[in-house]
Design a protein around this ligand. Structure first.
Ligand code: ZN
Length: 239
């Protein structure tokens, strides 16, 4: 049996699938992982991405934060890929109960998924740190300076920056679905970024790992597929 046939068999036998995804799910939609270091980035920015996308940096140097954020984090033209669409199809067929994602790009919702827990927030929600008023993403991307509310406060994205805590309501719901899952598919993540590895361990279901490179949980996997998540999921049939 091929790896795809094995994956198909697991999916056919399951009705409470949880998908846990990371940056690799979106790279096939043209969104690079902003943590990945390349030459261009090294020349252009004076700080490592983990420093720029942190709470204290946002407070101290909001202009530098937003320069990087607009350039390396937000990709408004990105479209869902085969993985996003297949997962939405599985939810519609009553086979998948939730998606838990580390991504902030909203591509699962764009593909039609409804039950999505965004551990690190979303670029599509933005608010004033002073009065709480909501703002559109274009209020941030449409200008070059630091976006300000009409009250004078700084507008920030509803994304979890380094040094900040995860949203407990999101975390509790994600944990509930992971505990109740009858199949856990993990894709596009090396399971290193907090709290991924810990969350995965809540599930007692068979674990399918789909990632281009090795992850911290490879030994636990019932099935390990080292390939692009979009290519793999695109071959799955939904009955
Ligand atoms: Zn305000």
């Amino acid at each position: 049996m091929s790896e795809i046939q094995k994956l198909q068999s697991y999916i056919d036998q399951s009705s409470r699938i949880v998908f846990f995804g990371g940056a690799g799910v979106s790279t096939e939609s043209g969104i690079p992982d902003f943590r990945s270091v390349d030459g261009l980035y090294n020349q252009k920015y004076k700080y490592p991405p983990e420093t720029i996308i942190s709470h204290s940096f946002f407070i101290d140097k909001p202009q530098d934060f937003y320069d990087f954020y607009r350039d390396r984090v937000v990709y408004l033209d990105a479209k869902p890929n085969a993985a996003h669409y297949k997962l939405a199809e599985l939810e519609n067929a009553g086979k998948l109960s939730a998606i838990v994602t580390q991504n902030i790009d909203g591509l699962h919702q764009a593909a039609g998924s409804r039950t999505v827990y965004e551990l690190h927030g979303s670029i599509w929600r933005n608010y004033c740190v002073n009065c709480g008023k909501s703002y559109e993403i274009t209020d941030i991307t449409g200008i070059s300076g630091v976006p300000k509310c009409e009250c004078g406060g700084i507008i920030r994205p509803d994304v979890v920056l380094y040094e900040e805590a995860l949203d407990q309501r999101v975390l509790i719901q994600a944990e509930k679905h992971l505990r109740e899952a009858d199949l856990l598919i993990v894709g596009g993540t090396s399971l290193i970024v907090y709290p991924a590895a810990g969350l995965i361990s809540l599930s007692t279901a068979p674990l399918i790992l789909i990632n281009k490179s090795a992850t911290s949980q490879d030994r636990r996997a019932s099935l390990l597929i080292q390939d692009n998540i979009g290519e793999v999921m695109g071959q799955i049939a939904v009955h």
